[in-house]
Structure formats: structure tokens, C-alpha cells
Write a protein that binds this ligand. Structure first.
Ligand SMILES: [Zn+2]
Ligand SMILES: [Zn+2]
Length: 143
């Protein structure tokens, strides 16, 4: 059975195989990539900013981000391009988060860790008091 699905880009039905979008859309996106790539490959344009690329090619930045994420546009060759931080949207060139979001995340994690440790210590304490209580009761019963 062919896997019929609606294309997430144009909504048309298509047979889902290797691609997540339909052939027509794939061709359109490919065309956009070619436009962007032809522009940015020129020596004079390599240092273009994202905004300049969008203006010059008419291709929306979300597609440019997609090309970067897919590795079709290599950031090493284009010093002024980037993609948005997963958390705040600031342009970054590696990883998933910008440096400030990354350090916030780290702080959050450390905080979480500390809270967990405290909670665990509390649990242990409760556990040990309960244990002595039981022992105590057992002693009484034995007597
Ligand atoms: Zn489509
Ligand atoms: Zn960020």
C-alpha cells in the first residue's frame, strides 16, 4: 500500500516515500536553494548577512535556515549567516542554543540537581526514622 499523505507545505495529496513534502514542493524548494546558492557562492556575496540574502534572492529566511540545518549551506564558507537559537531566536552558528540560553539552561539544570539532592536527603531521613520506629515496635512486641 502506498503511503498517501497531505503535503505539509501545499496540502496536496502525495505518496510519502523518501521525502516529507510532495514533488512539486520539493522542486520549488530546490529552485529556492539554487537561487540562494548561486547568489551566495559569488565571491562578493559570501559575506552577505542573512537579511541581504533574503532581500537579494526573495527566499524567506525560514528556508535559508532549513538549508543550513540540512547542511546544504555550509556555515564555514559563509561567515555572516546563521540560524536561530532554539530558545530565543538569536542567530547562532553552532549547536542548538546561543551562549546565554546555554548558560541559563546549565544554571537551571544545576538548580534542579540541587533540589533533587535535597529531596533525596529528606526521603532518606524519613526512611530512617520510620525504620527506627518499626524496630522499636518490634522490640516492644517481643518483650
Ligand atoms: Zn506540496
Ligand atoms: Zn538563545
Amino acid at each position: 500500500m502506498p503511503n498517501l499523505e497531505n503535503c505539509p507545505r501545499c496540502g496536496g495529496l502525495f505518496i510519502k516515500a523518501l521525502r516529507s513534502i510532495c514533488d512539486k514542493c520539493h522542486k520549488e524548494v530546490d529552485q529556492m536553494f539554487q537561487t540562494v546558492y548561486t547568489f551566495i557562492r559569488k565571491r562578493d556575496n559570501r559575506k552577505a548577512s542573512l537579511q541581504e540574502v533574503v532581500e537579494a534572492t526573495g527566499v524567506k529566511e525560514e528556508y535559508i535556515f532549513q538549508f543550513i540545518r540540512e547542511g546544504r549551506l555550509q556555515l564555514a564558507e559563509f561567515p555572516n549567516l546563521g540560524y536561530p537559537c532554539d530558545s530565543c531566536g538569536k542567530l547562532i552558528r553552532e549547536g542548538k542554543l546561543c551562549t546565554s540560553c546555554f548558560s541559563n539552561l546549565k544554571k537551571d539544570l544545576e538548580q534542579h540537581h540541587k533540589e533533587q539532592e535535597i529531596a533525596e536527603r529528606h526521603q532518606k531521613k524519613e526512611h530512617s526514622t520510620r525504620m527506627t520506629y518499626h524496630l522499636f515496635n518490634d522490640d516492644l512486641r517481643k518483650k
